[in-house]
Ligand binder design. Sequence first.
Ligand code: RIB
Length: 300
Amino acid sequence: MIIVFGSINLDLVTEVPHIPAPGETVIGPGFRTIPGGKGANQAVAAARSGARVAFVGAVGRDDFGTLALRSLAGSGVDLAGVARVDTPTGVAFISVDAQGENAIVVAAGANYAVDASRLAALAAPPGSVLLLQREIRDEALFAAVHLAGQRGWRTMLNAAPSGRVPDDILRRIDTLIVNEHEAQHVAREAGLTAADAHGAAQELHRSYGLTVVVTVGADGVVAFRDGVIHRQPAPRVEAIDTTAAGDSFVGSFAAAMDEGRPFAEALRRGVVAGSLACTRAGAQDSIPDRAAIDAWVDRA
Ligand code: RIB
C-alpha cells in the first residue's frame, strides 16, 4: 500500500512564447484548468500504475477542491484521509513555453493546513510506502517521517520544491528523490561539498546510507543504492509539456517498489512513465496508466 501525505492543487495553465523575465508581461492564446499538486500527481501516477493508494491532505470547501478530488477519485485514490477546510484549495500558476519547459508559482492555501493527525489515524500495515514531497509545511512533513518510523512504513521523500532537509530527517528516510538542482541544494544545506549533482547525490548516499535517485530530465535517472550506481536512460519522446514528468516518475517508481519489483526495474518503469507524461499537456491529464507503461517497457 502507498500512502501519499502531501499537496493537492488546481493548476491554472497558460501557454506562452517564452517564460517571462522579472518585470516582463507575456501573452498566451488560452488558459486551462487542470488538477495538479505534487502530492496529488504522484498519487495518481502510483494508482494508474496499479498500486493501492491512500491520500492524506486537504482542500478548501470550494469548486477547485471539488475538481481536484474528482480527478484523484477517478484514478482510484482513497480520499478518506482528505480534509475539507475553510482555507481555499492550493493553486499553481503555470506558464508553459514553446519547448515544453515550465515556470510554476504555487499558492499553498489548504495544503498548509495539513497536519499529521489524519495520518496517525490511518490503518496502514508495516511495510507500506509513505510518499512525501515539500509542498506542505515542514513541521507536518517531519512529524510524518517520525510517525513512519513508529509504524514501520518505508519512506520516500521527493525533495521538491527545493529546500533544506534536516540531518535528522535524512537519517530517517529510506529513499530521497531529487532533480539535479535539488540534489545540490540538499547536499549543500547538509554541509556536504560536491562538484556537481551526481557528486552531491553520492555524498548524501555515503553520509546517510539512504538510497538517492536523481532525475536528469530527458537523460533519465542516476541512482545510488547500497554502494552501487544505477543509470537508467529515458526513451526518446517528443516533449510538449514537462509538467508532472517528475511526479509521474516518482509515483510509478514507488508503485513498482511497493509491488516488490527489483530496484532497476522500478527505475525503468518510472523513467518510462516520466517520459510518457511529457508527450501530453497538463499535470494529471498527462500521467500514463499501467498498460501504456507496460507497452513501452516491453518495447524498450
Ligand atoms: O510537479 C508539478 C506540479 O507542481 C504541478 O501540478 C503544480 O501543481 C505544482 O505543484
